[in-house]
Design a protein around this ligand. Structure first.
Ligand code: SME
Length: 156
């Protein structure tokens, strides 16, 4: 497919609905994990212009920084630590309206105010997380959870 993304203005749901087939196109026929995670991060950044969006991948007993878009970030996160480590431990999406009120939140950037972390599963086992940070409070909701879970489910 063409590498240009078509960016839609509209409701959050409409933006996700326009983006998902384009992400499917980007992933089609490509099984390199780094390439696919990099393009998903870039597509989400281009469409939504979030402060930080990217992946942490499980390596032995830690989450290790993977492809992302945004400012530099901490490279390793232990299970149960921060929002990312919490989503890993609980095996479910965590939506945090105010990161300062989340016990143990890891502040990679003081600009980040709210966050969503979505686990990525492969053959029923968690293999990594998608982390999105916003400079706005309460930026993420159920719509983001539903669509971001769909998007990580597309990773081959
Ligand atoms: N805030 C995250 C750490 C990762 S950075 O935000 C990119 C956390 O608490 O897990």
């Amino acid at each position: 497919m063409a590498e240009d993304l078509s960016i839609l203005k509209g409701s959050k749901q409409e933006q996700y609905e326009s983006l998902i087939p384009q992400i499917q196109g980007l992933l089609h026929g490509e099984n390199n994990l780094i390439a696919n995670l990099a393009n998903i991060s870039a597509a989400l950044k281009e469409q939504f212009n979030w402060w930080w969006v990217g992946f942490y991948w499980i390596q032995e007993d830690e989450l290790v920084l993977g492809p992302f878009q945004g400012p530099v970030a901490c490279t390793r996160i232990k299970k149960g630590r921060g929002v990312c480590g919490g989503a890993w431990e609980q095996g479910k999406t965590l939506v945090v309206e105010d990161v300062e009120k989340f016990p143990g939140h890891i502040a990679c950037s003081s600009t980040s105010k709210s966050e969503i972390v979505v686990p990525v599963f492969k053959n029923g086992a968690i293999v990594g997380v998608l982390d999105v940070d916003s400079e706005l409070l309460a930026h993420f909701d159920e719509t983001d959870r539903v669509f971001l879970e769909k998007i990580v489910g597309l990773i081959p």
